[in-house]
Design a protein around this ligand. Structure first.
Ligand code: HEC
Ligand code: HEC
Length: 348
């Protein structure tokens, strides 16, 4: 063999070695990338919020013809783990403060109110601001945020506004349990439909502005025995939760909350207050309900930066109490009414 040929063979051997080495390195690199990306992510989600459809859609109460929520205890198709999660979700709605209030056992992220204070009977009472139309209608576009919102976002909204705090992060045991419970509660309502008797009772408008001074008189006669003359409610002896929740003052819902709109407040109290009444046998006249709403919402509430709300001002709801507005009506009229002319102008 000539020397030249030997040199070429040597070089060829070196090239082959190099190629094998590169090959091994590539294989190792690919393995590393694949193996790290397949590593299970940090275990944050304890149990996913299940969406369980119960068997009889739109089940109605024969005596009232209104929607009735399914009962966790009676649901056939749930695992024990799912039942446990739903019961925890229900407990979080009913006793929010115990877990998440200023002295809560899990976190201190809310004002001490319970979801149930405004979503009565854990969100199942007819016209008690119930959850009958949540699972069936979300995700949906909401003009307040100008975006399509899912149920997590809507729940977070009430944490940040009605409970004037912060929401537990999606994926935490608490947030998943709350959403699971709300999903389950509305799971017997057909998708796209609103349950009959869901949400808040829609009161007829007055043809005058709601009047805070008349409202004060009615408040003192019919509300202050529980919610107190100073509107700040009354804590239980344990000081962890309220016996009578606050209506204004530093621990009440903030100025970005749904109840801060007088139509929501008036509709809610007409069908539910004084505590114990139902929509079938209300105690307040329509005028009293509107006037008390005006009085309570005219008292101080915690503020909320809502500069990002209603990105399209022409979509602002008729009783959003803060300008600017796309129509020619004043802030005063948007706060107290009369609302008829505002709605009429809008529908044109
Ligand atoms: C101070 C009263 C108040 C409290 C407390 C409150 N909410 Fe609400 N919530 C409202 C009002 C008012 C609405 C809007 C109802 C309407 O406009 O029909 C609402 C709406 C909702 C909706 C959407 C309902 C629908 O049909 O679109 C969900 C879901 C919700 N709240 C969950 C919660 C949860 C969970 C909590 C507790 C963390 C909570 N809320 C606490 C007053 C309250
Ligand atoms: C007998 C006591 C009692 C009377 C009287 C009463 N309430 Fe209440 N109110 C309650 C209780 C208790 C709750 C919370 C219900 C729950 O958590 O299940 C509540 C909840 C509320 C809420 C929602 C939670 C909040 O604090 O924002 C509003 C609004 C309200 N009441 C307004 C009124 C108005 C207005 C009147 C008078 C017309 C009135 N209440 C009369 C006991 C009462």
């Amino acid at each position: 063999m000539s020397k030249e040929f030997e040199d070429i063979e040597k070089l060829w051997k070196q090239v082959k070695m190099l190629m094998i080495l590169i090959g091994i390195m590539v294989i190792v690199a690919v393995f590393l990338v694949v193996s790290t990306s397949y590593k299970p992510k940090k275990k944050e989600i304890e149990v996913d919020a299940p969406t369980i459809l119960v068997e009889n859609p739109n089940s109605l109460d024969p005596s009232t013809d209104l929607w009735v929520a399914p009962k966790i205890e009676e649901a056939q198709n749930l695992t024990d783990i799912q039942k446990e999660q739903l019961l925890y979700g229900k407990d979080l709605i009913s006793n929010t403060s115990k877990y998440l209030g200023p002295k809560g056992s899990v976190a201190n992220i809310t004002n001490g109110m319970n979801c149930q204070n405004c979503h009565l009977d854990a969100g199942t009472k007819p016209y008690g601001n119930n959850y009958g139309a949540v699972f069936s209608t979300y995700p949906k576009y909401r003009a307040r945020s100008g975006a399509v919102e899912d149920i997590y976002k809507r729940v977070a909204d009430c944490f940040e506004r009605s409970l004037n705090g912060t929401a537990p992060v999606k994926g935490t045991k608490e947030m998943e349990a709350i959403v699971a419970y709300i999903n389950f509660t509305g799971s017997n309502v057909e998708k796209g439909k609103k349950a009959k008797g869901s949400g808040i009772y829609e009161l007829k408008f007055l043809d005058r502005p709601a009047d805070p001074s008349k409202g004060k008189i009615a408040y003192l006669a019919k509300c202050q025995s529980c919610h107190q003359a100073n509107g700040e409610g009354l804590l239980n002896d344990d000081k962890i939760s309220y016996q009578y929740p606050p209506l204004w003052g530093k621990n009440a819902y903030n100025s970005g909350a749904g109840l801060y709109r007088v139509s929501r407040f008036a509709g809610y109290i007409k069908a539910n207050m004084p505590f114990g009444v139902t929509y079938k046998e209300p105690q307040l006249t329509d005028e009293e309900a509107w006037d008390i709403a005006a009085y309570v919402n005219n008292m101080p509430h915690p503020g909320k930066d809502i500069s990002k709300d209603w990105p399209k001002i022409e979509e602002k709801t008729f009783d959003h109490p803060f300008g600017p507005f796309a129509d020619g009506f004043t802030e005063e009229q948007h706060k107290f009414g009369p609302f008829g002319p505002i709605k009429k102008a809008k529908s044109k």
